[in-house]
Design a protein around this ligand. Structure first.
Ligand SMILES: Nc1ncnc2c1ncn2[C@@H]1O[C@H](COP(=O)(O)OP(=O)(O)OP(=O)(O)O)[C@@H](O)[C@H]1O
Length: 299
């Protein structure tokens, strides 16, 4: 379990992260979304125990994270620009990791070569940016971490490799209850991966939700009446958005699907459909005023 309570970080006098409260269950995938400068990297570095918060507490399994060598053995951070020892080959770097991490799994390292297919005797700094990111994943997953902290992890990976890496991540979460904290600029990149999402804006969390709850709670309805819309139709509905397209009305409604359907059927509309709603639409309608802040992370 990861617990962050009232975490604040300042650079000189400027607050990069303000009063953050986050709880992340073991074995879950937590997506941290935010536009440039929102504070994602600062938060992830604090979570990885590299940067110390100015106020508040960050604990993993009830232990403070800052410079905690015991925890560092179980948590791996892949920064937005992965770092390797200069001039090292993949194999030399793997040996280095095997001495650093007590749960290093040589068999897994060998097995993952089938996925990454990179020459282990190549010097890492001569590999492309995307290949270097693959090496970072290869090494990280071979340490069998309990917590994997990923800063913009898919940048530079081609679509096939993105999919391979996603599969590996999901597999480790399912099989070993690994916890993943992953940052991204883009909701679409993590919406099928994360089970919980938080949006960070100017150092503050402006929305935090379980994705399944979010999807179950907001619905898009399309309906039409031959005659005029019956009085009282909208009464008792929590309507987030309404638009008319000719005689058809489309509404975004908060609430339980069955309740909404039953409500409409009472008025016997001539057309009634529940339409699929993308996560992007849910975010925009749910957020109302602060919707502008999330537009960036949806594009
Ligand atoms: N070392 C530093 N010294 C001073 N200010 C910093 C430093 N690192 C980050 N900041 C500031 O802190 C704020 C948050 O930066 P951070 O890198 O955490 O954002 P981010 O969400 O990761 O952004 P991006 O998506 O662009 O990587 C920004 O205003 C940034 O200018």
């Amino acid at each position: 379990m990861i617990e962050c309570k009232q975490v604040t970080k300042l650079y000189e006098k400027k607050e990069a992260v303000h009063d953050l409260n986050i709880a992340i269950a073991t074995g879950s995938i937590f997506g941290l979304l935010g536009s440039n400068g929102a504070g994602k990297t600062t938060f992830l570095k604090m979570l990885a125990g590299i940067l110390e918060q100015d106020a508040g507490d960050i604990q993993i399994d009830q232990q403070p994270v800052f410079e905690n060598t015991q925890l560092k053995n179980r948590c791996v951070f892949i920064p937005d620009t992965p770092y390797f020892l200069s001039n090292y080959t993949i194999l030399q770097m793997a040996h280095f990791y095997s001495r650093m991490y007590s749960d290093w799994n040589e068999a897994r390292f060998t097995q993952l070569q089938e996925v990454f297919q990179l020459p282990i005797h190549s010097k890492i700094h001569r590999l492309s940016k995307g290949m270097q990111r693959q090496v970072a994943f290869w090494l990280a997953l071979s340490t069998m971490p309990d917590v994997l902290i990923l800063d913009e992890p898919f940048d530079g990976l081609d679509p096939v490799m993105r999919q391979n890496v996603r599969q590996l991540l999901i597999q480790d979460v399912a099989e070993r209850e690994m916890t993943i904290v992953i940052s991204s600029h883009n909701l679409r990149e993590i919406e099928d991966l994360a089970d919980h999402v938080a949006i960070l804006h100017q150092g503050r969390i402006i929305l935090e939700k379980e994705l399944d709850d979010l999807k179950a709670d907001v619905h898009k309805v399309q309906f039409a009446f031959k005659d005029k819309i019956p009085t009282g139709l909208y009464r008792g509905l929590h309507i987030l958005h309404k638009e008319k397209r000719g005689s058809v009305v489309i509404c975004i409604i908060k609430g339980n699907e069955e309740g909404i359907t039953d409500h409409f059927h009472l008025y016997q509309p001539d057309i009634f459909d529940m339409l699929p709603l993308t996560l992007e639409e849910i975010f925009i309608y749910e957020m109302g005023d602060v919707g502008y802040a999330i537009q960036n992370v949806l594009d």
